[in-house]
Design a protein around this ligand. Structure first.
Ligand code: BGC
Length: 754
């Protein structure tokens, strides 16, 4: 086959324009004359939603039978790059088998609020964690020569008015919170495709936002793949082509292709823009065509087992009072809750998988005669069913321990709309409290895609965040409950106490079509920790059936430049009696800064497996980005010279070991003093200070220094003098101080001199 460039050169304008939109819901168009085949794309990313005939983007119509792996809320909790990579590889094989060229995921928008209806599909509130996990998932799938589509680019953090809402975000917040995961997916993950979001980003639809799709993604990040639209996200297609939106999905009956063609003919759009889009798409599709392996086997039973294995590493043990877990086979256990028999193991909408088989916890425990089951509540509504409740209470009374499986039914969270509260159904909350009143040994196992309020937390001894663990949820749950697998996951998001505590409680969802991100960079733990806001469980929290100790934190240097890297090592020991995996978390704390900074930010994590008594050294490499903030003056990452603490933490709240390092900036920020610059800012800048030293000496005399200072001192404190002088603009030295108008310009020029 000819190269993409040659193919583009051989095409008519009409043929090229025709390739700018889909053939139908899931395919790109072929150009038979030139032997260009069509390719298929399908949702994902935690299973294959391949629709053979009836197509839709909401998961309404059935897709082929497939395997549903744990959703991203769960897999990210593993904090294990290997887990998501393995998931990605499995998806790659399935796509090869089914001849799907691109799996539409991962979805990596930041969990700005627990209310977002799609949080179950998203990875984290932390951009570093989301970027790392996304990269591994992408690499896993693409190692099989199947593309991924990183979505939804960008700032699609709510479902409310998702197709019209404008995410209004200041430059620094965008760069530090909402873009880095995408940046990692582009630069490190090298995702074959990106999917633009429905919403606007700062006033322009993502689908036609040239800053986003071209200047940032291509020019700055060096991205070489192509961008497709989210399904139905296109508004102005001509603008979109110029902006760098290569493919419109799904088909628009060729209508918008004609608009593009006309724009080229009218001289309103450069044909080169069209050529670029087509060439980028063909380049990616060729990677698939050249490596298609439809003969790849798909052993669904094996993947069902894999789904359980991966899910077991994603369950977060949140509470284990008196070592109530793991359960012992001989203990009499009451298993309670409709979810135990009819699990919610995935979210609703476009990622919905048609599972070929589902194993519930009740199924998985069927061969254990010491386990009895009672439904307890109904998923269908919130009303207490007294008969079911009484049965469950009776079962609980007769048991040694009780496992209540509870959580959010589908109607409580889904793609398409946001939650309005963080509560679980009232009947489930009531049941847990009733059961805890008759049996002190209660363990709650949650199935949910996003945090919930837990009014009963004080009366249960055990708690497992089970998330949406995929179709083999039962075996994964059983493995952790009975200690066959030692839980090792950590929360990839904060569990707040109440909705009112969350960072964007006051403004989430926006007004009309405008969603202003008023909380800025204070998202997730950056908010709770900096504000010292108590939470139920902090980001990064999770327990194990063993214990770990940390020692010997060492840094490669005491002082580095921002162009250097810094090696960090720490020893971790399993101090308990069983083997286990520990997630080692590294955060950076800037001791002093002129800009607002969160108290700590995650900059490294690793998961290590340790036998009892075993010690391993975990190593991290930090670089400029680990210390930098986004500086809006130079529009670049910048490190302020100063001392930073390298904190090894158990979670975002608990620092175990800490060591300081001095980082020196090699970048001098441009000076731009004006007559309005205030003395305080000049005083902060040693070089500038030199330039106005004589003036300052005179000023000090005038305010406080002089002969009559004794009389003045009663009314004027040092603090006040400092403040009065500090907040004075240079120009006011003409009124209060020693300077004449003729001097002002000269001083400003001297201040700005290099
Ligand atoms: C969703 C995407 C999905 C697409 C195709 C859209 O509604 O936002 O995540 O990939 O549909 O189903």
């Amino acid at each position: 086959m000819r190269t993409p460039k040659e193919l583009v050169a051989a095409m008519t304008l009409e043929e090229k324009c025709s390739l700018l939109s889909g053939l139908d819901f899931w395919h790109t168009k072929p150009v038979e004359r030139l032997g260009i085949p069509s390719v298929m794309v399908s949702d994902g990313p935690h299973g294959l939603r391949k629709q053979d005939d009836k197509a839709d983007h909401l998961g309404v119509n059935d897709s082929i039978k497939a395997v549903c792996f744990p959703a991203a809320c769960a897999t990210t909790a593993s904090f294990d790059r290997g887990v998501v990579r393995r998931l990605g590889e499995a998806m790659g094989d399935q796509c090869q088998h089914e001849q799907v060229a691109v799996n539409l995921g991962p979805a990596i928008n930041i969990k700005r609020s627990p209310l977002c209806g799609r949080n179950f599909e998203y990875m984290s509130e932390d951009p570093y964690l989301a970027g790392e996990m996304a990269t591994s998932l992408i690499q896993g799938t693409q190692s099989k020569n199947i593309g991924t589509s990183v979505k939804h680019f960008a700032a699609n953090d709510q479902e409310h008015r998702r197709m019209s809402s404008d995410s209004v975000i200041d430059e620094r917040t965008l760069r530090e919170i909402y873009l880095p995961a995408f940046e990692a997916a582009a630069k490190k993950g090298k995702a074959w495709t990106f999917m633009c979001s429905y919403n606007k980003v700062n006033g322009e639809y993502a689908s036609q936002n040239r800053w986003l799709l071209n200047d940032l993604l291509r020019d700055e990040w060096g991205y070489e793949g192509y961008v497709m639209s989210d399904w139905g996200a296109v508004s102005d297609r001509v603008k979109g082509v110029h902006a760098g939106l290569d493919l419109e999905m799904p088909a628009s009956g060729g209508q918008r292709d004609k608009l593009v063609m006309q724009a080229v003919l009218d001289g309103k759009l450069d044909e080169k823009d069209v050529d670029l889009c087509v060439e980028r798409m063909l380049t990616i599709h060729q990677k698939y065509w050249d490596n298609a392996k439809p003969e790849t086997p798909w052993d669904m039973e094996a993947d069902h087992e894999l789904a359980a294995k991966l899910a077991a590493d994603c369950l977060v043990l949140l509470k284990n009072e008196d070592g109530i877990l793991p359960l012992k086979k001989e203990e009499k256990v009451a298993l309670i809750g409709e979810f135990a028999a009819k699990p919610r193991f995935q979210g609703g909408g476009s990622s919905h998988i048609n599972s070929f088989k589902v194993t519930s916890l009740k199924d998985a425990l069927a061969d254990n005669a010491n386990v009895c089951y009672a439904q307890g509540y109904t998923i269908a509504g919130e009303a207490v069913d007294e008969v079911l409740e009484a049965e469950a209470v009776a079962a609980a009374k007769a048991a040694d321990k009780v496992v209540v499986v509870a959580g959010l039914p589908d109607s409580f969270e889904s793609e398409g709309y946001d939650r309005t509260h963080m509560r679980m159904p009232a009947n489930q909350n009531a049941l847990i409290e009733k059961i805890a009143a008759v049996n002190p040994n209660v363990i709650v196992l949650l199935y949910n895609g996003s945090p919930v309020e837990m009014p009963w937390i004080g009366c249960v001894k055990g708690l497992i965040e089970g998330y949406l663990a995929g179709q083999n949820v039962g075996n994964a749950n059983k493995a952790v409950l009975y200690g066959e697998v030692n839980p090792s996951a950590r929360l990839p998001e904060t569990m707040p106490i109440r909705l009112e505590d969350t960072p964007c409680y006051l403004t989430y969802g926006g007004e009309g079509n405008t969603a202003i991100y008023t909380e800025g960079i204070y998202v997730g733990y950056r908010w709770y920790e900096t504000k010292k806001q108590p939470v139920l469980f902090p980001f990064g929290y999770g327990l194990s059936y063993t214990t770990f100790s940390y020692s010997n934190l060492r840094l490669g240097a005491e002082c580095v430049k921002d162009t250097d890297t810094l090696a960090v090592c720490v020893d971790v020991t399993n101090t308990g009696k069983v083997a286990g995996k520990e997630v080692v978390q590294l955060y950076v704390h800037d001791r002093e800064s002129k800009v607002f900074r969160p108290i700590r930010e995650l900059k490294g994590f690793d998961k290590v497996e340790l036998q009892p008594g075993e010690t391993k050294t975990v190593q991290f490499t930090l670089d400029k980005r680990s210390f930098a903030y986004w500086n809006t003056q130079i529009h670049d990452w910048h490190v302020e010279t100063g001392v930073f603490d390298i904190e090894i933490c158990r979670n975002a709240h608990e620092v175990i070991l800490s060591a300081p390092v001095t980082v020196e900036s090699t970048v001098e920020l441009p000076r731009c003093y004006t007559p309005d610059s205030i003395i305080l800012d000049i005083m902060d800048d040693p070089k500038a200070m030199q330039a106005i030293k004589p003036l300052m000496d005179q000023l000090a005399q005038t305010f406080g220094g002089g002969e009559n200072s004794e009389a003045a001192s009663e009314a004027v404190s040092d603090e006040m003098t400092k403040a009065m002088i500090g907040y004075m603009p240079l120009r006011s030295l003409m009124s209060f101080g020693p300077m004449g108008l003729d001097q002002l310009d000269g001083i400003v020029a001297a201040l700005n001199a290099k």
